[in-house]
Design a protein around this ligand. Structure first.
Ligand code: ASN
Length: 589
């Protein structure tokens, strides 16, 4: 990365944050905010005099503003003025306005030049902007896009928001391009769907990033997810397969892991490979090897020299992970050579892609706090949905919706989807209200998405936060419930917990990375109203949610003004104890 951007990163972020208020903010405006990290790639390139594709700095956003598909000028200028963030036009199916900011990297990079440093820089940028946006889109060259997506999936730990990487085969500003659709669909999905994963969007598919490979240098369907179905398909409607989504089940805040071990490599077995080559490959400083074997994980049994070198390497503490050269399928112990590899200390990478296996090794090897055994076990554990170990559950066997659908004689996928979207939220909510943890777990076993929204966009966690039963809240979070989902009224579970003054619930939500969102003035308004009536409990709720107690309302007054005006001494004492600013003036001075 160049210093140029790093020096300006904080300023850029500050600029984006300041830009994210605007003039018409009210709570009723349903908007979602997406940060676009434009790293380079064909998508934003232009053709030079010789017809060659080259990146061009500071042109992308300017050009986008001339595309009515990408920029609703009238709305954007009324809302933010001339040079504010970009806004998508509303379509018939959208429920929220998509507001997006573009952070352009410098220099713009053909992805074939990208390195692990670039992955770290992207992860850091997401960290800086995390609380200010609902989702992230990374515009990226296609050549190494699957590597970046796989690496980020590991580096972004306890991720609660969606990150989508996309790019194109033809520049977005060419008259016939896949870039426009890829970018537009990524923005709409990032703004509207709770899929807390690092994804790749290409063609019409949203895929789990660490399951993807670039499979074509020419097709508009350039990426495939050979061992895992797409998370969503963008046809006339966007159809999300919610049960395919991998949700983090830790009670932790989002954080990023920003070191990677570079001493890793991909070793592809081929007929008549020389011993010399294997030996050279396994020389120090190599620490991790992804072995790309034949078929179901085979190496030539008659090549004792190869097995011997690999075995010596694992004895030296090098991690060797076995994956298949085939595009689909999994390493198994079907053949005798599997046993041989086991004995040589080589571990199975199951059905991981080469990109996922390599970046996971770089990630795992950089965890200095783990010993070798932990690293070996972690390589074989499903961390982010990157591998399938054992037989995947067959949903048809244990699917409640299937059973009801059969008895109602519903046959189409759309009807089943609809049935699930009605049945499960209602049943989850009933289980929350009756505080029934066993039922919640059974429902998840039957295929319920724990974060599924009902007709009002509310989830089981919203209800649980109003009710205030800590065990239920904790159970939902452990089952992967997302803390960031906004209902139809723009309320997150945290807002519900605040307005029901569930202090313990607020604490655990904050521990899991929940945060206040929207206009600071609107929050100020709520706190001032609480101060005016002496509602100390409510102010404590806001304090636990890390609200700024000296935040002004729309008239410029703070909670302290109101407490003084209405003679609410308890609130006054509390606020003064918190050292809130006492000296600020309201709009009348
Ligand atoms: N070489 C380009 C890149 O990876 C390819 C592309 O974006 N289609 O940056």
């Amino acid at each position: 990365p160049t210093n140029h951007v790093d020096n300006h990163k904080e300023n850029n972020m500050e600029h984006l944050r300041n830009n994210s208020s605007g003039s018409l903010i009210t709570e009723s405006v349903r908007e979602s905010r997406v940060l676009v990290l434009y790293t380079g790639g064909t998508i934003g390139m232009i053709r030079n005099e010789n017809g060659a594709l080259v990146p061009k700095a500071n042109a992308f956003v300017k050009k986008l503003r001339n595309y009515p598909h990408m920029y609703d000028r009238e709305y954007a200028e009324a809302r933010f003025g001339l040079m504010g963030p970009l806004v998508l036009p509303m379509t018939a199916t959208d429920s929220r306005r998509v507001i997006y900011n573009v952070l352009e990297y410098s220099p713009l990079c053909d992805s074939s030049n990208m390195t692990m440093d670039d992955w770290i820089r992207i992860a850091d940028d997401i960290k800086l902007a995390y609380e200010h946006f609902d989702g992230f889109v990374i515009l990226h060259g296609t050549d190494t896009l699957s590597y970046t997506a796989s690496a980020l999936s590991f580096m972004l730990e306890s991720l609660g928001k969606i990150v989508i990487l996309t790019g194109s085969q033809v520049p977005i500003f060419d008259s016939r391009s896949d870039g426009l659709d890829n970018f537009l669909s990524s923005l709409i999905i990032a703004a509207n769907y709770s899929i807390p994963e690092v994804c790749v969007y290409f063609g019409t598919n949203l895929m789990r990033g660490n399951r993807t490979c670039k499979v074509s240098a020419t097709s508009f369907e350039a990426f495939d997810s050979p061992n895992f179905p797409p998370l969503a398909k963008a046809n006339i409607k966007i159809e999300v397969d919610y049960r395919a989504i991998f949700r983090p089940c830790t009670l932790e805040k989002f954080h990023v892991h920003t070191s990677l071990n570079r001493n890793v490599g991909l070793l592809r077995i081929f007929p008549s490979m020389t011993t010399h080559l294997i030996k050279a490959f396994l020389q120090p400083p190599i620490e991790g090897v992804v072995l790309q074997s034949y078929g179901a994980g085979n190496v030539p049994m008659n090549r004792e020299d190869i097995i011997k070198e690999l075995s010596a390497a694992t004895k030296r503490g090098i991690i060797v992970v076995n994956i298949t050269q085939c595009a689909t399928g999994c390493v198994t112990n079907t053949y005798a050579s599997g046993k041989l590899l086991d004995e040589a200390g080589i571990i199975s990478g199951f059905d991981m892609t080469p990109e996922a296996a390599l970046t996971k090794l770089a990630y795992v090897l950089s965890k200095t706090e783990w010993d070798l055994q932990t690293k070996l076990e972690t390589m074989q554990t499903n961390l982010r949905g990157e591998l399938t170990a054992g037989r995947p559950p067959r949903h048809e066997d244990l699917d409640l919706v299937e059973a009801v659908a059969r008895s109602l004689r519903l046959s189409s996928a759309a009807e089943r989807q609809e049935l699930g979207s009605i049945l499960f939220p209602a049943m989850l909510n009933a289980a929350v209200l009756s505080r029934d943890i066993v039922k919640l777990e059974v429902l998840q076993g039957y295929g319920a998405d724990i974060s599924q929204q009902n007709a009002d966009g509310r989830t089981a966690l919203h209800i649980a936060c109003c009710e205030g039963d800590l065990n239920i809240v904790r159970c939902l979070l452990r089952m992967g419930a997302n803390v960031h989902i906004k209902d139809r009224f723009n309320r997150t579970p945290l807002i519900d917990a605040i307005e029901f003054d569930q202090h313990e619930v607020i604490k655990i939500l904050m521990q899991c990375g929940a945060h206040l969102h929207g206009s600071a003035y609107a929050i100020g308004e709520k706190m001032c109203a609480a101060a005016a009536v002496g509602n100390l409990k409510r102010l404590r709720s806001y304090q636990l949610a890390s609200a700024d107690l000296s935040q002004k309302d729309f008239s410029g007054r703070t909670p302290l003004h109101y407490a003084a005006l209405h003679n609410k001494t308890q609130v006054l004492e509390f606020l003064l104890d918190q050292n809130v600013e006492a000296g600020c003036l309201d709009k009348t001075g």
